[in-house]
Unconditional design. Structure first.
Length: 229
């Protein structure tokens, strides 16, 4: 999963980042609350991992701004604050889970996995099929059917379309899609994603009259969404 991590203790951040990467996650760390919010305005993640006491904008204020913006990404607090009022306050504001430091590796990874599972962050296995509107994804045959007719797609177009159909309604940044579909974790020319999105729209006829659209979100990315009648 893609995890954005806010922590100002660099030794702690290095350790937790190592644990997460060792478990197969991609972790992007910031020590400043304002830098963290700037990151969230241009990129998307599966989970946000927050410390409470950080410079310039604490974790509680970050959570408040995240939820006020409409961002529903699952949030896990990992902090030294163990008093009931802090825990209740964070959960009431929209945190999904809360753990008290010192952080334990097995517990952290278990909570991350559980959060991802509850949020529907999962990969389709090769035997899974999925139906969205007039489209059916058949991973076993590596096909996408439109009105029961197979559509010819390149390998990357197929994987990108699968990921969008798995995440209907979720905003995905270009960096997020590059990582999930291409396995690229470093910035490259964003036109790579744009070209493939354009081909998918055309090949799969994803347009309003079929009940769905791939919406371009300016300076951010894309979202496959149903059209409200």
């Amino acid at each position: 999963m893609r995890i954005a991590y806010l922590e100002d203790d660099m030794a702690q951040a290095e350790l937790v980042t190592h644990w997460l990467k060792e478990a197969g996650h991609n972790c992007i760390h910031h020590s400043s609350g304002r830098e963290f919010m700037s990151l969230l305005r241009r990129d998307t993640f599966d989970i946000l991992l927050l410390d409470w006491e950080v410079p310039d904008m604490n974790g509680y204020a970050v959570l408040e701004e995240v939820r006020a913006s409409g961002n529903r990404t699952p949030v896990l607090f990992a902090t030294q604050r163990d008093d009931e009022s802090s825990i209740v306050g964070a959960l009431s504001l929209g945190a999904d889970d809360y753990m008290v430091k010192p952080t334990k590796q097995a517990e952290l990874l278990a909570r991350i996995t559980a959060l991802g599972r509850r949020a529907g962050v999962a990969e389709m296995d090769e035997e899974t099929s999925l139906s969205v509107g007039p489209w059916t994804v058949d991973r076993a045959r590596r096909q996408i059917l439109l009105d029961d007719e197979a559509v010819k797609l390149t390998d990357k177009d197929f994987e990108l379309a699968c990921y969008l159909f798995q995440n209907v309604g979720k905003l995905m940044s270009r960096a997020h899609l590059l990582e999930k579909v291409w396995g690229i974790m470093t910035p490259i020319e964003s036109r790579t994603v744009d070209v493939h999105i354009s081909r998918i729209r055309r090949s799969l006829q994803i347009r309003p009259e079929r009940g769905y659209r791939i919406k371009t979100v300016y300076q951010h990315g894309y979202r496959l969404e149903p059209i409200e009648e």
